[in-house]
Design a protein around this ligand. Structure first.
Ligand code: SF4
Length: 398
């Protein structure tokens, strides 16, 4: 047994009260048995703890780095009521990193069925781990060269270092998962469905939701998902406006800042209304991202973005309504505008299902394609459910 020498982790584990009906677990979307994992950590049973984490959530390593903890385990920890919550994600990260680096993942079943996974993001990888371990023959298809989906191509590496995805990829190879990159989904869907016993689709939401304002097609405008996916370098010493205030907007602004630019988030509501997590907002502020709240974009012009000021007014029924402030229009000068108002899927689920790509015919869905843009842990939850449903389907077919 190897002793760890990380006082912080030991201190955090010792602060855990090992609660019955633990609030942290209840707040975890994938129901991680945090109290048990921390107990095993304290007993130095690191592999056992890692095994519990990984079996429950194959994306545990990633989740330990990028989950919105403040809304989940840490935000609900009983220790947080009067002080600091237990920093479980750091313990989880230590355990998962160690577990995946020191242990082989084994095939534990003998199911001779062929499964296709279309989309190598967190939902697809979760299905691959669960069913691959059970002995199914898994082939993952993706449009990009490498696996990981949003994990590799959407989340900047300062938040999620890519060696974590490489490690997961290595583990998938151990259970004989085959990866085929550079495959155009649209052109191959029928072919894939015909040649596999069951298909999982988790193709994500890679298309930006457009913003219909004047000037949107100007050269200096780009969409956050493209900016992040294609690692576009804007150059330095520029003023970059990011429109939107979700986590992708924060990622885009912080990435532009790291390229040596001034990054400004423009949002038509207040910061407290922002869909990004507090942690993401605080980290963006700490990095030096500026926020221009209560400003609504009207048009993009050669030298900047045209904005209207906005404000809340109280209605008769006491509800708030966001309105434009009269005669408040102005140009905020900038070099680039990045639009980050949300993403959508390239596939319409209803049409897909109507054309025969449905559960009845052995095609299952999860992840952002099914739910719209969500967190990694929610994609893993969806992937777990899809894996269960696919097994049931395959057993029925036998
Ligand atoms: S709520 Fe906090 S103290 Fe209780 S089990 Fe979870 S981490 Fe430990």
């Amino acid at each position: 047994m190897c002793k760890i020498n990380n006082e912080f982790l030991i201190e955090e584990a010792n602060r855990c009260l090992n609660c019955k009906n633990a609030r942290c677990q209840q707040a975890c979307p994938i129901n991680t048995d945090i109290a048990k994992v921390i107990s095993l950590f304290k007993e130095e049973k690191y592999d056992e703890a890692g095994d519990i984490l990984f079996r429950n959530n194959p994306m545990s390593l990633v989740c330990s780095l990028i989950c919105p903890f403040e809304n989940q385990c840490m935000g609900s920890c009983i220790r947080g009521i009067k002080g600091e919550p237990v920093d479980f994600p750091k313990i989880e990260n230590f355990l998962m990193d160690r577990y995946l680096k020191n242990n082989n993942i084994n095939i534990e079943g003998n199911n001779n069925k062929n499964i296709a996974i279309i989309g190598a993001g967190p939902a697809g990888l979760t299905v691959a781990f669960i069913l691959g371990r059970k002995g199914y023959n898994i082939t993952i298809f993706d449009e990009r060269e490498e696996m990981g989906g949003m994990l590799r191509y959407g989340i900047p590496s300062y938040r999620l270092p890519k060696d974590n995805i490489d490690l997961l990829e290595k583990k998938l190879l151990e259970i004989r998962v085959i990866f085929k990159g550079n495959i155009k989904f649209n052109e191959n869907l029928n072919n894939i469905r015909e040649n596999f016993d069951a298909v999982f689709m988790g193709t994500g939401t890679w298309l930006p939701k457009e913003l219909s304002i004047e000037g949107i097609n100007k050269e200096n405008v780009l969409y956050a998902v493209d900016f992040l996916k294609n690692d576009i370098n804007l150059g330095s010493n520029k003023t970059v406006v990011v429109v939107g205030a979700g986590n992708v907007a924060m990622d885009a602004a912080r990435t532009a800042l790291r390229q040596g630019n001034k990054a400004v988030i423009v949002y038509r509501r207040g910061i407290e209304d922002s869909p990004a997590t507090k942690l993401e907002i605080n980290e963006a502020l700490e990095d030096g991202v500026e926020f221009m709240t209560f400003n609504s974009p009207v048009a993009i012009v050669d030298n900047g973005i045209v904005l209207d000021k906005t404000q809340y007014i109280e209605m008769e029924d006491k509800s708030k309504k966001l309105v434009t402030v009269e005669n408040s229009r102005f140009i905020y000068e900038c070099d680039n505008v990045i639009i980050a108002v949300s993403q959508k899927s390239e596939f319409d689920l209803i049409s897909l299902r109507n054309s025969g790509f449905n559960e009845e015919n052995g095609v299952f869905f999860a992840g952002d394609l099914l739910t719209g843009p969500q967190t990694v842990v929610k994609a893993a939850v969806g992937g777990k459910q899809a894996a269960l449903d696919m097994e049931k389907y395959l057993m029925r077919k036998e």
